[in-house]
Ligand binder design. Structure first.
Ligand code: PEP
Ligand code: MG
Length: 315
């Protein structure tokens, strides 16, 4: 049965014709990282560091941060671990990063934008990440910034990360960053598409609003067109393009993303086996055809139907 096959899938992720697609986990702390290591995943594609600090009144010390980051890195020895700098603000307020009077926090001082007011918080975090990676032959973590909107932000972040010997990347979750993916990718070593926020901002629809669920659907053709743009930039420059939003947990959509040039898929670890199993049944050519069909659609439901038909060999 399908359920038994899913339970038995162990990875690594690859298409039926052997193209590697890393299946990674989203984690929040050491506990969730050790739990994710039991799932068939090849590493961590998104460590949401802010989630570990939601209940802190004060900024954690560098030493406390080092301990936390090592817990996550050491849950996946020798594997890829992508760590995101604090995405404070909006739906994830931190007590030590206060911007209380914002009328529209989702578009306010959140994510990497806190460097304007709190430069030391990001510097301390990067110091802690560099320290956590030192010693004991640990693999070098990849470090990415959330909510990057401009090429200048990407360049500035990359310089701070590189001077500490870490590997810099940025999230593509603001439409401006997807539109400028080529120029942004030229500044960093990798990008990771955050489809939750990319969908929210592309569709101008709050991701927390159940009433807007039809709009906050990553199958929206406008969102897919932006993802294709990022995938093309990655292919042109030979740099990794991940997806770390929940779109990566949808097996059908995963095939579309891979066809668009996405090289890794990171989501809640519970989804990894179903995604890996599905990818193993389709070729890269089918994924590319599925991507073209999805983008040509004019609605999410039409895109889903078209992709199902392509992958079933009906067209
Ligand atoms: C995203 O926006 O898709 C993402 C992965 O980041 P978060 O869900 O933490 O905002
Ligand atoms: Mg986000």
């Amino acid at each position: 049965t399908r359920a038994a096959e899913t339970a038995a899938w162990r990875g690594p992720g690859r298409t039926a014709d052997g193209h590697a697609v890393a299946i990674l986990a989203n984690v929040a702390d050491g506990v969730s990282a050790r739990s994710a290591a039991q799932a068939p995943v090849e590493g961590v594609g998104l460590f949401r560091t802010e989630l570990a600090f939601l209940d802190r009144a004060a900024e954690p010390t560098v030493a406390q941060q080092v301990e936390l980051y090592r817990e996550v890195i050491d849950a996946f020895p020798g594997r890829k671990v992508v760590i995101r700098t604090l995405d404070a603000g909006s739906d994830k307020p931190l007590k030590f990063v206060a911007h209380s009077d914002e009328p529209n926090p989702a578009m306010g001082v959140r994510g990497n934008r806190i460097v304007q007011t709190y430069p030391d918080i990001r510097n301390n975090q990067l110091d802690a990440l560099a320290e956590a990676a030192r010693d004991d032959g640990r693999a070098t973590p990849w470090v990415m910034a959330p909510m990057i909107a401009t090429v200048d932000e990407a360049r500035e972040f990359a310089a701070r990360v590189r001077e500490r010997g870490l590997v810099p990347g940025v999230m593509i979750e603001v439409p401006s960053a997807a539109i400028l993916a080529d120029a942004i990718l030229a500044e960093v070593d990798f990008v990771s598409i955050g489809t939750n926020d990319l969908t929210q901002y592309t569709m101008a629809a709050d991701r927390m609003s159940p009433e807007l669920a039809a709009l906050t659907d990553p199958w929206q053709p406008a969102v897919l067109a932006l993802i294709q743009r990022v995938g093309d930039a990655g292919r042109d420059q030979g740099k990794p393009v991940g997806v770390c939003g929940e779109a990566a947990a949808d097996p059908l959509l995963a095939c579309v993303l891979v066809g668009m040039g996405v090289t890794s898929l990171s989501s809640a670890p519970a989804a990894s086996a179903a995604v890996g199993l599905k990818l193993g049944t389709v070729t890269m050519d089918q994924c590319r055809d599925a991507a073209s069909a999805a983008i040509a659609a004019t609605s999410p439901s039409q895109a889903r139907e078209a992709v199902r038909a392509v992958l079933a060999g009906e067209v």
